[in-house]
Design a binder for this molecule. Structure first.
Ligand code: MN
Length: 320
């Protein structure tokens, strides 16, 4: 944004080098980055609260700015989006008051979605609860005749119940809570990437609510583009916008070390890259990436993968 060229490692790391702004300036930008540094909603290995700062650091690799690029696969010249990107900083998260934080998250994402596009970095997956509700509220006001669904990438279903002393919304129950509290219909939730063995009760919940499930093996056997086209087809007669929530543990544990609850046999970056580029065919109203944990990946390779996926989503997958 008219700033001087610097080496990747130099300068103050706002997201993709965008302007650091106050809430009153949101309307001037196409994409607003927001960090939500929390990890009290994670049940196992903590550290996701350090992710927003680390993602900013690694986001310097890529620029959008409407560049003309040559696509080596299609042999075509590609024009990327000319988005003006800003960084709104982080939600003030009080680690001892999860419910209060959900309110703060909701208010921030509402303010962003009213005038721009929210690009959110958690935090553990509990942040998606407040974040989605904020975006939903803004969309209900701006586009009252639209439904708002979620395209959800994850190793896990995230439809569990309460768990020990975890907060009311924790990273294992976020979609059950959204459905229970009537912010989301199961039929508008598309979950891509779960795998392995799960409790029967969770699977019954998925079936009862009509949640659309595409397992990691479905993606491998059927091809990600087939699946994305199927989702598109299911919604062709609907006025619907989608919020994307990307749990980094959807990707296989051999690629992503930097996450609290990794699982084998996951999606590969190729699948995710294709899926996020395919989003140009949908009406997308928000995006979050969650569960990155820099304390578990000293190479920060997980962040390089995450940033490249976000870059391709912004450059190719997001049409506004
Ligand atoms: Mn999750």
């Amino acid at each position: 944004m008219g700033k001087k060229e610097e080496y990747i490692y130099a300068g103050i790391p706002t997201f993709m080098g965008g302007d650091f702004i106050e809430e009153s300036e949101i309307y001037k930008y196409d994409i607003i980055f927001l960090g939500i540094p929390c990890d009290y909603g994670a049940s196992y290995r903590l550290g996701a609260k350090y992710a927003p700062r680390k993602l900013r650091e690694y986001s310097f690799w890529d620029r959008i700015y409407g560049q003309t690029l040559y696509d080596l696969d299609t042999k075509k010249i590609l024009k990327t989006n000319k988005f003006k990107i800003a960084d709104l900083g982080d939600v003030f998260v009080d680690p001892t008051h999860p419910d209060k934080n959900q309110e703060a998250i909701k208010n921030k994402t509402y303010a962003i979605a009213k005038k721009s596009f929210p690009l959110i970095c958690g935090g553990d997956h509990s942040v998606t609860y407040g974040s989605f509700i904020g975006v939903l509220k803004a969309m209900n006001e701006e586009y009252p005749d639209y439904e708002i669904g979620i395209i959800h990438f994850d190793a896990h279903l995230d439809v569990e119940k309460d768990y020990l002393n975890m907060p009311n919304v924790w990273h294992g129950n976020v979609f059950r809570r959204l459905i229970e509290n009537r912010y989301l219909k199961g039929e508008n939730l598309y979950t891509i990437g779960p795998r392995g063995l799960v409790e029967e009760e969770w699977f019954k919940y998925i079936q009862k609510e009509g949640i659309n499930l595409y397992t990691s093996n479905d993606v491998k056997l059927r091809n990600i583009e087939t699946i994305m086209n199927e989702i598109l087809d299911k919604n062709k007669n609907k006025k619907i916008k989608f919020y994307i929530t990307f749990d980094i543990d959807s990707i296989d544990s051999s690629y992503i070390f930097g996450t609290g609850t990794p699982q084998i046999n996951g999606l590969n970056p190729f699948d995710c890259d294709k899926a996020l580029q395919f989003m140009k065919n949908f009406d997308i109203c928000g995006f979050d990436i969650v569960e990155l944990n820099p304390t578990l990946d000293n190479s920060y390779n997980s962040f390089i993968i995450a940033c490249e996926l976000i870059y391709h989503f912004l450059a190719i997958g997001l049409r506004r």
